[in-house]
Design a protein. Structure first.
Length: 607
């Protein structure tokens, strides 16, 4: 932990950020009983095994084992240091942590320093370009271009749109005056290295679209020429900060609205997102000039299940919709595909017909994944030709067979049977055959209550563990929730737990209480030195146990743990006696001791 940020400030920041709210910005959570559940953001899964406790302010994944408090979560999800996690949470809660107070152990790393420098430079240029667009004659062309596209000043401000002047060295001189080295700026794609051997501006005479990461910090730019310059679009190169396949345009602004609407609209371009935003559709995002990637699809699924894909209505857009829908379906999304008149795109549609028409006739009228697939597959076949028609029907059956719900399968089979005058019985048999080949012949209820699964898993785990192991886990649970229990255990048992990891945990727990802290599992987790201990403690803290513990029950736990340790010590002592008998060449005595050791080990296993 940092020795520069006072502990009371860290505690205040942590307490100001409810873990359910913070995790809910990254994971779609559903409340079940006392806890919240969702898909784990740290490993691939389709059935939620990720639990968040509002009472204890901790999280734990029953699938991969990761766990901790709100700071642990931010460190893991953002891949940042402890100090940077504090800064992120401080920004969320409105606390100020001076830059020099972070004591960040990563700041001496050259790559970290370079990335921080580039973040700072991007921030300065975002402000500069935005100011030039709105308040200078140099930005007039860019401002008029955006106004012609129908954008209001409020929307221009929201997206921090800007303009880079048509100058070879304006941006370079600005950055140099701010203390930035041109060579570093070239690496970040903010400047270019000209053929004459000099540094120069990269974005010239272009409207600037800042590309922000999911924390709202600018990490790249996209520039559009307004005076016929080539190329028409110029983007920042990929860097450590900017990886197209991992970021989504407008995700930082849209995140809260996505949670509110329980839906996301996926567009192809930035102007589609911006036009929709101006029309009140604020849960739109876009990929960054490339097809949607698997990491992007998984990121979307963590936040929301329902996705409306709204790409251009030309062939390229529809082909891209097909690929995007397949990938989103693969990661578990409920996919709809919005349809427009051929040749149109969302930005044009909204400007021509208005946002209300777009919402009503495009988004609300979006077809199901399967409905879109059936129509899209027709494009590859001449359905007047018998051979093509049969191949098309085979392809449709392949898709229908993957549908998990019998009612939905029946709906599409009857549509297919009616359209091509086919026997519904034959089609149903085809589906049965395909599902058997795919190992899908048994319909499984994917909506099984995962809270029940966890309870069952927890019960099974406790049954499988030896009695002393369960006793140690449960006693640690009560020690974390009640300092008086910890004091009693410390007095009677000390660190004499049987498992090494439990010994380490209680040692830290004793020290935690000695420093004057109150019982708080979420805060205690912070004191642990590594992720494996944090995960184990979060797992123990999530145990479903009765809230109150009597003195007699505490004594019972201590007795079970002590007996186990005594028996293990007895075995160790007998093993030494056995070795001594063998050394003295007394095989009979050695054999007798060996039998006693075997008997004791059997007794231990049965406990």
């Amino acid at each position: 932990m940092s020795n520069r940020i006072p502990e009371n400030i860290i505690e205040e920041i942590r307490n100001s950020n409810d873990i359910v709210d913070v995790v809910g910005e990254y994971v779609q959570l559903t409340k079940k009983s006392r806890n919240y559940f969702g898909l784990c953001p740290f490993h691939n899964e389709k059935t939620p095994s990720f639990s968040v406790s509002s009472d204890k302010q901790i999280f734990h994944c029953f699938g991969c084992g990761k766990g901790g408090n709100v700071l642990t979560f931010i460190r893991e999800i953002e891949g940042v240091s402890f100090q940077e996690a504090i800064r992120i949470l401080a920004d969320k809660s409105g606390h100020h942590v001076p830059e020099q107070d972070t004591g960040d152990e990563d700041q001496s790393d050259p790559k970290h320093q370079e990335n921080q420098t580039l973040l700072e430079a991007h921030g300065w240029l975002t402000k500069l370009y935005h100011h030039l667009l709105q308040h200078t004659k140099e930005g007039k062309d860019g401002y008029e271009h955006l106004k012609e596209r129908g954008l209001s000043d409020e929307v221009i401000d929201a997206f921090q749109l800007g303009f880079a002047p048509n100058s070879k060295e304006f941006t370079m001189k600005f950055l140099e005056n701010k203390g930035f080295h041109p060579q570093t700026m070239v690496k970040g794609g903010l400047l270019s290295y000209r053929e004459d051997g000099h540094y120069g501006d990269r974005f010239r005479g272009r409207v600037i679209f800042p590309i922000r990461n999911h924390q709202g910090k600018t990490v790249a730019f996209s520039g559009r020429s307004v005076n016929g310059g080539e190329p028409k679009y110029l983007n920042s190169p990929e860097t450590d900060l900017f990886q197209k396949g991992k970021l989504l345009y407008n995700f930082d602004l849209a995140r809260s609205e996505i949670r509110k609407q329980n839906e996301v609209v996926l567009f192809e371009g930035q102007m589609d997102v911006i036009s929709a935003y101006q029309g009140g559709i604020k849960h739109g995002i876009a990929t960054l000039g490339t097809a949607i990637s698997e990491p992007q699809a998984k990121l979307i699924r963590r936040y929301v299940e329902r996705v409306v894909v709204c790409y251009d209505a030309d062939k390229a857009g529809q082909d891209a919709s097909y690929k995007a829908a397949n990938l989103l379906k693969k990661v578990g999304c409920d996919v709809r595909i919005a349809q427009m008149k051929e040749g149109s795109d969302p930005d044009e549609y909204i400007r021509s017909h208005g946002s209300e028409s777009f919402r009503k006739h495009v988004l609300d009228a979006a077809v199901t994944y399967m409905g879109f697939m059936i129509n899209h597959l027709k494009q590859g076949f001449n359905l007047k030709n018998e051979g093509d028609r049969i191949q098309y029907i085979e392809r449709v059956l392949d898709e229908v067979s993957k549908i998990s719900k019998p009612l939905e399968r029946d709906h599409y089979l009857r549509e297919l049977a009616g359209e091509y005058d086919l026997s519904i019985d034959v089609l149903e048999q085809e589906i049965i055959n395909r599902r058997k080949k795919q190992g899908l012949d048994k319909d499984k209820n994917s909506e099984t209550s995962y809270t029940n699964n966890y309870k069952e898993t927890s019960r099974k785990k406790q049954k499988l563990l030896p009695a002393f192991h369960n006793a140690e886990r449960q006693l640690i649970y009560y020690m974390m929730h009640d300092a008086s229990v910890s004091y009693k255990v410390q007095e009677q048992l000390g660190g004499a737990f049987n498992l090494n990891e439990h010994q380490v945990i209680v040692t830290y727990l004793y020290a935690y209480y000695e420093e004057g802290y109150e019982a708080n599992p979420g805060q205690f987790i912070e004191q642990l030195p590594d992720a494996s201990l944090q995960s184990l403690v979060s797992e123990i803290a999530m145990l479903k146990l009765q809230p109150d513990l009597s003195d007699a029950e505490v004594n019972d736990y201590i007795r079970v743990i002590s007996n186990k340790r005594s028996e293990q010590e007895s075995i160790s002592s007998l093993e030494l006696e056995q070795k001594e008998a063998e050394r003295q060449n007394d095989p009979v005595k050695a054999a007798q001791i060996a039998m006693r050791i075997i008997e004791l080990k059997k007794q231990l296993k049965s406990q």
